[in-house]
Write a protein that binds this ligand. Sequence first.
Ligand SMILES: Cc1cc2nc3c(=O)[nH]c(=O)nc-3n(C[C@H](O)[C@H](O)[C@H](O)COP(=O)(O)OP(=O)(O)OC[C@H]3O[C@@H](n4cnc5c(N)ncnc54)[C@H](O)[C@@H]3O)c2cc1C
Length: 329
Amino acid sequence: METKLRARVAVAGAGAIGSAAALTLARAGFDVTLFDPGSPGDNASGVAAGMLAPVAEAVFDPVSTPHLALLRRARDRWPAFVEGLDLAILRDGLRVEGEAAWLAGVAARFEALGVPFQRRDGALVDAEDWRIEARPALAALRNAFEALGGRFAPRAFTAGDLPAFSAVVLATGAGDAGGLAPELAALAPIKGQILRADRGPATGPVIRGEGVYVCPGDSPAIGATMELGRADLTVDPAATAALRAAAIRLRPELAEAVLTTEVGIRAATPDGLPLVGWSATPGVILAVGARRNGWLLAPLVADLVAAYLKGDNPGPDAASLDARRFSRT
Ligand SMILES: Cc1cc2nc3c(=O)[nH]c(=O)nc-3n(C[C@H](O)[C@H](O)[C@H](O)COP(=O)(O)OP(=O)(O)OC[C@H]3O[C@@H](n4cnc5c(N)ncnc54)[C@H](O)[C@@H]3O)c2cc1C
């Protein structure tokens, strides 16, 4: 009787991208080992607000504006991705509040992008954006991965591990991938500080104001700084003072809140999209550089990685995310 051996694949990094890739590969029948030396959630993915927010990103982040269609396609992969998982998608949308002149500018950006929105009680409201709770999501992905027989190795993946696997997926975020792929030179760090409040909105839409968002939850998130070129995890109250003040203008009860600062490092490419696909290094697939949309993009990136490993057509977004687009000569 013929025995079909399952391809052994390593995934380096158990953030949103690596966890999603590991689960998707395990679902596809690969024999997967997920490596990470850190504690669960002790990464940018654990710190993140968990917004799956193509509209807010396109409206408020100029680097993301040209990618609205791709970001929407990424969001649309979430319902199938969470099927069977202990992970809820929260679909309360987005509410933008602020001074009339600023709000008029935001409304103009919605209109320029052709994104439908409503005006309600002096705010702009959009139903398209979703969110998840980041740390519980990481746990749900890990549990589902291990339930399918996936293995977790609590250490860093190194070049010495390569021969034991038919391929490695580098999902190392802004971390050190040990020089495994030359394409990683395109990445730059962006430090993000985010405040967690001990009170504030527990449910409802993400609230956006000028220079801030308040993301509801058990510990509502107030975010976030974008500190280009910084890769340190130092908490800097001066950097978050403006966030706190802007959040209090939106929800005055936050003035009484005890705030805890968390810090994560995003990895970013020059065009704001991740590097996904085969490296010039044989056997290495990249899944890095998701900048401020790693959660939103995780199921799309995971599907692309699975397509590359299966030899399937990776689909219409493969070219925009091509892992070698900054390193080809
Ligand atoms: C303040 C803040 C708020 C954010 N909010 C959102 C949001 O609302 N929505 C959204 O979509 N995105 C958000 N982001 C962005 C998002 O967090 C990132 O894009 C995403 O976390 C990237 O995931 P990742 O898996 O690539 O990297 P990480 O989460 O950084 O994970 C990389 C992992 O790789 C591990 N690692 C490193 N080297 C090795 C190695 N050699 N071997 C094995 N493992 C290794 C690390 O220990 C780490 O656990 C936010 C980011 C920040 C900082």
